[in-house]
Design a protein around this ligand. Sequence first.
Ligand code: GDP
Length: 474
Amino acid sequence: TSYANEHNRIHSDKLLDGLVASGFEKVSCISRFDSYLYRKASPHKPSQYLISKLRNYEDLHRKCGVHTKAYKRTMVKLVRSKNHNAGTVCKYLVWTPVNGLGNRMISMAAAFLYALVTDRVLLVEFQSDMVDLFCEPFPNSTWILPKDFPFRNKYAHIETYQNMLKKDKGNGSKEIVPSVMHLNMQHTFNDPKKLFHCNHSQDLLQQVSLLILQSDQYFVPSLFMTPSFNPELNKMFLKKDTVFHHLGRYLFHPSNEAWGLISRFYQTYLANADERIGLQIRVFRPDHTPHQRVMELLLSCTLKNKLLPELDKQNFITSISKNQTLKVVLLASLYRVYGDNLRTMYLSEPTVTGEMIGVCQPSHEEHQKFHDNRHNMMAWTEIYLLSMSDTLVTTSLSTFGYVAQGLGGLKPWLLYRIVGNETHNPACERDISMEPCFHIPPKYNCEGKAMEHLGLLYPHMRKCVDYSSGIKLI
Ligand code: GDP
């Protein structure tokens, strides 16, 4: 019956086509169950293989998670022998935070994929500024690194991956592999030969029991480049441009507090719109970039590409017709001037199409703040609201925008990233996939030779539209 179909549809949408495990309680994470009411079902279906990997991962996380005997036993062992190779049954990957929320979320997704392909348990170090943003992603366990984690705040005293590579003579000697290691995958301009995408490095890393990762990057393309991971990843992701879309929707469910902010804002300003347009304006060097230039860029992009209508200079009054459409622009920016200007513009004159254009901006924080939970809560709210758009315009190079596009399954229009008083034509360009860009891909192959641009060497990888030395999956 149609009722049964409807019920099945809702059931499958609720659990995101099998991505999300059954058995979660609703009260502790309402968004996990209700988000389907707010978005169209994703046209991208996860593979059965990915789903089975996730279910197996959840079992592993339960078996080795922080409240288990296995975890306690492993930590005792590692404290005793952190510099020596100590085989342990449970292996861990600890994610540590650097930079803004967008950077953190893309690197957490990459870390999770790395944990999936290396059978490690992912634990995340959330300081007070990230508490209560997300629900627990894994059933009947936690991913939060416990307060009494024995290596907390001692990362400077831990053997590094770079140091291991220095000692490595290529003979796979176990003596060089410690059981606890710090792995820095952060953005650096002097790119040492990281060789992270090579089987040999991964064979060494696989022997490390506890890896502490420091990264602000979406290093997923590196994993696809690693020969020993590639077949598995190809089975998990039949379409390569859906990696963040699936993993992001699996991992990042807004906490009840965040969901309250998101759902109230949506119901108040967005639910009744015929079309929703997300506009993300990130100004990287505000002191050097006049608002006027940014505003021109934004209008040039949205008007030329007909994302927003031109103003009708001939008439003063919009004639009332029955099927008048309302487009609502959700504007995310640290500065209120963009939302104010756009709203005033569309209230001052009618549009040539007769459409009504509403403009709402949830916050204007003025500058990026660190160690501030409420600030991050707003950032997460806005990222999520942007992801609920029908059309998305983001700023080049901004990981804040990457998360929104990935969660929403949207290929955004990328605004050119202006710095200073310049203009740019075209003002924006359509992205080639919804995946985040990996800004610092490997430059050397496993023999240590400089590589040509990777977009030419690997299938399903291309130069990023917004950053030509970066790479992304398509
Ligand atoms: P990126 O620097 O653009 O790649 O993005 P990140 O998210 O890593 O860092 C920027 C940080 O600045 C965000 O996490 C927020 O804390 C803040 N921020 C930047 N733009 C906005 C915005 O439009 N809205 C809000 N609420 N915060 C923003």
